[in-house]
Design a protein around this ligand. Sequence first.
Ligand code: LLP
Length: 434
Amino acid sequence: YGTSGTNEKGHLTIGGVDTIELAKEYGTPLYIYDIALIRERAKGFKETFEKLGVTSQVAYASKAFSSIAMIQVIEEEGLSLDVVSGGELYTAIQAGFDPERIHFHGNNKSKEEINMALDYGIGCFVVDNFHELEILSEACRSKNIPASILLRVTPGIEAHTHDYILTGQEDSKFGFDLQNGQAEEALKLALAKNELKVLGLHCHIGSQIFETTGFKKAAEKMIEKLAVWKQNYDFTSQVLNLGGGFGIRYTKEDTPIAPSEYVKDIISEVKTLMKNASLSMPEIWIEPGRSLVGDAGTTLYTVGSSKVVPDIRKYLAVDGGMSDNIRPALYDARYEAAIANRPEADCEETVAVAGKCCESGDMLIWDLPIAKAQPGDVLAVFCTGAYGYAMANNYNRITRPAVVFVENGAAALVIKRESYEDLVRHDLPLYAHK
Ligand code: LLP
């Protein structure tokens, strides 16, 4: 994966840094990000659009992993940013990200969040529903500030992925239904509001998608409507935002295509569809999250106890689990892993990697072929960069791990490990301490 390798000590290295040294210095569980790989992915998306001669914005979906340092890397790479909450927006602003290139998502933005975004002067609101259209327009009028918007539509597409991460189907909490007239109604309302500038349409059909059919079908459905709306309302979509969702390889079973291939294939279809509809080519925006940071992340754990259930399996427990990576418990997500202090040792057995939370579902990997691991060995779980730290939690009052960025042989701590003091920081006693 990325810049990982093995050094003269036989230890796993990432970005030219010995992971065992990192585990010693920062403790485990530890998230490590290979920054060179994130830059490569970012450039890959941008250059593909440039080569195709298509005006674009590649917005990093910061829900996949947001932190000040992460946003700084995205800023350096010249990407735009998708935020979905006041907290993600605040993080972006704290990182010094250009507000003009921030797109604000969410199906229930509060008035406070909308005011905050208007005050920062963000580039675009992705309006999800009628309520938002009203409260955004009120906020704009009272501040006398205009807002650029995209209308999020659900095109009625079923992408092939886990049900919980599907979003483009008709029965979804997100967006205006494209087929039943809702989206058209929203467009009419928005066009009648002087304070709102409708840049175009947005859709996101789901996540961890391996083929382009769904994206192309969604584009087709949107372009069909755009042709009608051009006739009826003289509306021209300057922007078509096709969302994120490009799948990555977590294990050998996953067979994604290269990020640039997704883009090339989708764009060529959009060009044809626009031409056939006699419409001019809009700017294409995309919002990759997982495909920018997923395989750049690795989690290090220290191996502790084990238990053999005769004739069934051997459980090997590590010092983290669903508190730092809930994806296996939530989505049945699969990962590969290796012993970081001897990654090249031959596999001797198959184990089930368990976490340390008080819950049977707290498993990281159900069947990992691995060398015989001892307490104190360091286990590296790969491809944990997206929705890993981002979904970490304090279940069992376990502290969230630290995060380290590595690049060109150097490591930088970018999120400190939580302390026990952090855990009780917002607790207030009911009685004075005796
Ligand atoms: N744009 C929108 C509007 C989205 O809702 C999402 C993801 C993205 C972009 C980025 O999708 P990506 O490129 O990362 O697939 N927690 C789940 C994934 C939830 C995705 C939510 N929306 C997981 O761990 O798989």
